[in-house]
Design a protein around this ligand. Structure first.
Ligand code: PEP
Ligand code: MN
Length: 278
């Protein structure tokens, strides 16, 4: 643990609950955030927000500025994407989260959506962490692909030190040697984070695996393991996604995941009641 990191660790607090609009992270629930990798057009965002709302998802996601590996790939719609996600989310009474890639983007993102995402590549961009924190918006902080848990906690501490208590941590896969999955989905690391900090921790199985076939089982694994939620990439026509098509799931799959998470949680809660009754 980077010493002292007193704000992020469990020394001072137990199990924080972070709210972003009507979405609640922590406190025993399992919060589902869903939407496309990239915001592409109005119809796409309306279709997704309708589906997230119908399935019982808590929040809509979408990328406006995309940190693509290649500069020749689609870089996102930019500022023009923000009104599209904001309007679609508002029509369905859902909050939304969008990544800010630079300090210059922080204000405009904060003006349009309830939560700011700091992407994996920017986890230790201290100036960006501070600027995002100062907006007062809740922050979704993704773990860098080669960051230790200590480094992630240190990054969260920068946000907390600005007086912004609303940080949700996200495990999104770390760099491994095998090419069969995009990254290594470190569920054990995510669980260890919950032992080390009081902050809610969610899983992003989309970027962790890069494969749509693995999204449903990993969301169920996260829910069974006691993580606080999941963020998944969903597209009305996954193969036509302008970015990350291979990991995008379709709307019926998302609806089934949300329904199965409810079944799983109900079963676990029933078991808790049974155990408590002795
Ligand atoms: C994303 O969520 O759109 C994204 C780019 O994720 P990450 O920063 O985890 O790669
Ligand atoms: Mn993506």
């Amino acid at each position: 643990m980077p010493s002292p990191c007193t704000l992020a660790t469990r020394r001072l607090r137990q199990d924080s609950v972070v709210t972003a609009g009507t979405a609640r992270f922590g406190g025993g629930g399992f919060t589902l955030v869903a939407g496309p990798c990239s915001i592409e057009d109005e119809v796409q965002m309306e279709t997704i927000a309708t589906a997230v709302s119908a399935a019982g998802g808590a929040m809509v996601r979408g990328g406006a500025y995309k940190p693509r590996t290649s500069p020749y790939d689609f870089q996102g719609m930019g500022d023009a994407a923000l009104p599209l996600i904001a309007a679609a989310a508002r029509r369905h009474a859902l909050p939304a989260v969008v990544e800010a890639m630079s300090e210059a983007q922080v204000e405009i993102v904060a003006d349009h959506v309830e939560m700011i995402q700091i992407g994996a590549r920017n986890m230790q961009n201290v100036a960006l962490l501070r600027a995002a924190a100062r907006t007062g918006r809740p922050i979704l902080l993704k773990r860098g692909p080669a960051a230790t848990l200590e480094e992630l906690i240190g990054a969260a501490e920068y946000i907390l030190l600005e007086g912004n208590d609303d940080v949700v941590l996200c495990e999104r896969g770390i760099r491994g040697f095998d090419t069969q999955t995009r990254n290594v989905c470190d569920i054990a690391g995510a669980l260890r984070l919950k032992e080390l900090t009081h902050l809610p921790v969610i899983l992003d199985p989309s970027h962790a695996t890069g494969r749509r076939s693995l999204i449903e089982p990993l969301v169920l694994a996260a829910a069974a393991a006691g993580l606080d939620g999941a963020i998944v990439e969903v597209h009305p026509d996954p193969d036509r996604s302008k970015s990350d098509a291979a990991q995008a799931i379709d709307i019926p799959t998302f609806a089934r995941i949300a329904a199965r998470v409810r079944v799983l949680r109900a079963a676990l809660e029933e078991d808790d009641v049974y155990a408590a009754a002795g």
